[in-house]
Write a protein that binds this ligand. Structure first.
Ligand SMILES: *Cc1c(COP(=O)(O)O)cnc(C)c1O
Length: 822
């Protein structure tokens, strides 16, 4: 609409031209993939105009810039989102329609760039969308993994991982920038040499291996404002191509090693969510993208500024979890060794530039690198961290004389390990949690010592999601309906959704709202029929749990409850029961055995229940294969119930919960993470809350847990479903298939703490909350109001709000307006 590029006839001509020049074919001869490429190149053309205009504006106005450092960016598909944000979706859809091409089918040709695991990576993607939309200068910095998150296949009920070769066909929305390549060095030793001229020691890395980091830029299109920021992801290339002398000197082996290092380093994303594995290659990945990004950042800063001591006036660096924390040591190294600052100057700059976001309190997720590995791989950065640690401990001893317990608890280097969270907190000028409850737990439990010593650093930034992708793109029917009632202001100001509350008692509006939900459920039902071969009734309650598979997220509680319902229906066929469809979607980390058993259990229960004709289809269970952003958009739109049932205190925030709420699905959940704030916004009467509180969980944990046998032997329904894990009901008579799950719940011999995640403890409360859901759903009017109130109350959970808080309270960025000739 605003750009002549999307004038219909011109766009059609561009697509035809592109098919011709790229493939020497006509539209009729082109494959859907070729048309996707041709359409994407036409869109990219328009994006590049705004991209250049944005760079020009930044050059002129020199705004402060945030570098968002993240090992993961879970972007999802770009084509549809770029069209939405350029306000060109409908025009392009029409243009393609006239050519006999279905835009949806073309969108489906795009691979999901899945350069992330789950919530943490998706948060980074939502943040980039909001930064561009709000007009702030920002770079996302990450890694161009050649293989992103694995593709999940379900075979015989088991998860099978297959490689995600997302670059196979060539990705149209990236731009290789050879001119910005940087060298990154690993290993070797440090020689100290006194420089007579500069009158100071020089630290010289010798016998190192190195790789060349090559950036690929992806445009991040703001909504309707011509701002296009950059996601810069780094690829690796062997440097030997440029230094053939190592062959001359017969160092053939070294050349090959460097070749392999380059090949391995960006090969694959580690598929662990909320879990630290301690792999050397992972640390290499971290240093690789951090060093390249910081070198690039400093170079760009120095283009226009001559005093690096004032870097923090123009640059903020946000570390998304501890994964990028090596940035602290690397920035110090660059400032001291390359820029010639002394220690105090470099420390002043670093501690005014870097900030840290904490994403988890779970022990198994804490990054602690063995010192021998760390110092061997990054000898100079390690020296610097030693000095940071020495000075910090001195300060702790000054503040708390005689308290050596504190020193042990707070040190960065302790017990042969580098504690990355401690380094991030000591160096960061800001430490934030990602939901109110999470930040309170950080301050008063996990990071108490640090909070006491430096309370001013700690702050909360409750997570958010972008409504552009998760409503405007994912649920076009509801988006149009909302716009017809309150105008389109909500697209960039989600607080306006509140205006919908005026419709909460309007029967016609409620009927329309639920009719849209029904249509979205039909769309998902068709997908399920095609992919699972299971017929589900869109009139049944769509009860959905989609997220990474993790014990703390308690998919096991959900499926045990389904087993309980099945027992109930079988035993009391006359019992009133509102038909239910339980929908799961989840990837388990490839090495997470117990998580994979839970997937097998879900599929096994589905097999038995879905094929039991005697229950008249009252209960259906569906496991959607390969849960990812593109399918997620459709699932949220079709959900009636949002399952957010993590063990209280374990889910830092959650963002899936917010996407469901936006799409009118009430939360069935514990008082955990951002669920607490969702209830604050929507009201207890529009949610279904159950279970232990985080305080109760933490109290039990401090006492060494609870005894699940007390429940097992006293609640006959619980005993029955737990026993069904062992009696062959869901395993074709195999008594061992789910033995480990049984043991995890009950057996003190097999688990360090039986039922660590309080599944049996919360079972009854969960079943009762599910009863309340059913009761509410039977009352069509009441349910419609609950659903509408969720959409109407979701304003707080836009990532636009989150980003504005980061900007105001942490980054202090300048707002920019990009003007282009229309
Ligand atoms: C939002 C999202 C997540 C995070 O879900 P949670 O329920 O918050 O864990 C994970 N994966 C995808 C694809 C998402 O879109």
């Amino acid at each position: 609409m605003y750009s002549k590029r999307f004038e219909k006839e011109q766009f059609k001509a561009d697509v035809k031209d592109n098919v011709r020049t790229l493939y020497r074919r006509t539209i009729d001869e082109a494959t859907p993939q070729q048309i996707f490429q041709a359409v994407s190149y036409a869109v990219k053309e328009a994006v590049i105009d705004d991209w250049l205009a944005t760079q020009e504006t930044y050059k002129k106005e020199d705004p402060k810039t945030v570098y968002y450092m993240s090992m993961e960016f879970l972007m999802g598909r770009a084509l549809g989102n770029n069209l939405i944000n350029m306000s060109a979706y409908k025009e392009v859809k029409e243009a393609l329609d006239e050519m006999g091409i279905d835009l949806n089918a073309i969108e489906d040709q795009e691979p999901d760039p899945a350069l992330g695991n789950g919530g943490l990576g998706r948060l980074a993607a939502c943040f980039l969308d909001s930064l561009a939309t709000l007009g702030y200068a920002a770079y996302g910095c990450g890694i161009r993994y050649h293989y992103g998150m694995f593709k999940q296949k379900i075979e015989n009920g088991y998860q099978i991982e297959t490689p995600d070769n997302w670059l196979k066909e060539g990705y149209p929305f990236e731009l290789r920038r050879d001119e910005y390549a940087r060298e990154v060095r690993f290993g070797g030793n440090i020689r100290i040499e006194y420089d007579e001229n500069e009158k100071r020691n020089k630290f010289i890395q010798e016998n190192y291996e190195s790789v060349l980091a090559i950036p690929y830029d992806m445009p991040i299109v703001g909504y309707g404002n011509h701002v296009v920021n950059t996601l810069r992801i780094w690829d690796a290339q062997a440097i030997t191509e440029f230094k053939l002398d190592s062959f001359d000197r017969g160092e053939y082996h070294k050349a090959i090693e460097q070749e392999n290092l380059a090949k391995n380093i960006v090969e694959v994303l580690y598929p662990n969510d909320n879990h630290y594995a301690g792999k050397e290659l992972r640390l290499k990945q971290q240093y690789f993208f951090i060093s390249a990004s910081l070198q690039q950042m400093l170079w760009k800063y120095k283009e226009r500024h001559d005093d690096v001591r004032k870097l923090y006036e123009k640059v903020a660096i946000q570390m998304n979890d501890t994964h990028p924390t090596v940035a602290v040591g690397e920035l110090m190294r660059l400032l001291i060794d390359e820029e010639g600052l002394n220690w105090d100057e470099a420390w002043d700059v670093t501690t005014k530039t870097v900030a840290y976001t904490n994403h988890t309190i779970m022990a198994e997720a804490l990054e602690k690198w063995p010192i021998d590995l760390f110092s061997r791989l990054l000898p100079r950065v390690y020296q610097i961290i030693q000095e940071i640690d020495r000075r910090f401990i001195e300060k702790v001893r000054q503040m708390y004389p005689g308290d050596e317990g504190k020193v042990k608890r707070m040190a960065i280097l302790m017990d042969g390990q580098v504690k990355m969270a401690h380094l991030a907190i000591v160096a960061g000028f800001s430490v934030n949690g990602v939901a109110k409850l999470h930040t309170e737990i950080l301050k008063h439990q996990e990071l108490r010592d640090f909070y006491e010593m430096m309370p001013d650093k700690f702050n909360n930034k409750t997570n958010g999601i972008t409504q552009r992708r998760f409503l405007l793109h994912g649920n076009q029917l509801l988006a149009d309906w909302v716009t017809s009632h309150i105008g389109e202001g909500w697209i960039t100001d989600l607080s306006q959704m509140e205006k919908l509350k005026a419709l909460a008692d309007n029967p016609k509006a409620l009927a329309e709202f639920m009719d849209i939900k029904y249509k979205n459920k039909e769309r998902l039902a068709a997908y399920i029929l095609e992919h699972n071969g299971v017929e589900v009734d869109p009139r049944s309650i769509f009860d959905v749990q989609v997220k990474r598979l993790h014990e703390y997220k308690r998919q096991l509680l959900n499926i045990l409850h389904v087993m309980y319902l099945y027992n109930q229906i079988k035993e009391h066929p006359e019992m009133p029961f509102y038909p239910r469809t339980f929908i799961f979607g989840a990837k388990a980390s490839a090495g997470y055995v117990r998580a994979k058993q839970i997937i097998k259990l879900i599929n096994s229960v589905a097999d038995v229940v879905n094929n039991d004709r005697s229950i008249n289809g009252k209960l259906k269970i569906v496991f959607i294969e390969d849960y990812r952003v593109s399918i997620a958009e459709h699932i949220f739109a079709a959900a009636d119930v949002s399952e957010q049932i993590s063990t209280a205190s374990k889910e830092a925030s959650g963002t899936g919960n917010m996407k469901f709420m936006l799409n009118g699905a009430p939360t069935l959940g514990t008082m955990d993470g951002a669920n607490v704030e969702i209830v604050e916004e929507v009201g207890l009467e529009n949610a279904f809350i159950f279970g232990l509180s985080s305080d109760e969980v933490i109290n039990y944990e401090n006492k060494g847990g609870y005894n699940p046998q007390d429940i097992y032997f006293n609640d006959w329904d619980v005993k029955r479903v737990v026993d069904q894990l062992m009696d062959g009901t869901y395993s074709g008579g195999d008594h061992d298939m789910f033995r480990d799950l049984y043991n995890s719940l009950l057996n003190t011999q097999c688990s360090s703490r039986p039922d660590m995640y309080f599944i049996l403890k919360d079972f009854r409360a969960y079943a009762e909350a599910q009863k309340r859901v059913e009761e509410a759903y039977r009352d069509t009017q009441r349910w419609a109001k609950i659903a509408l109130m969720n959409t109407a109350s979701c304003g707080k959970f836009t990532s636009d709000r989150t980003i504005q808080e980061y900007v105001d309270e942490i980054w202090k960025l300048d707002k920019v307006t990009v003007k282009v000739e229309e």
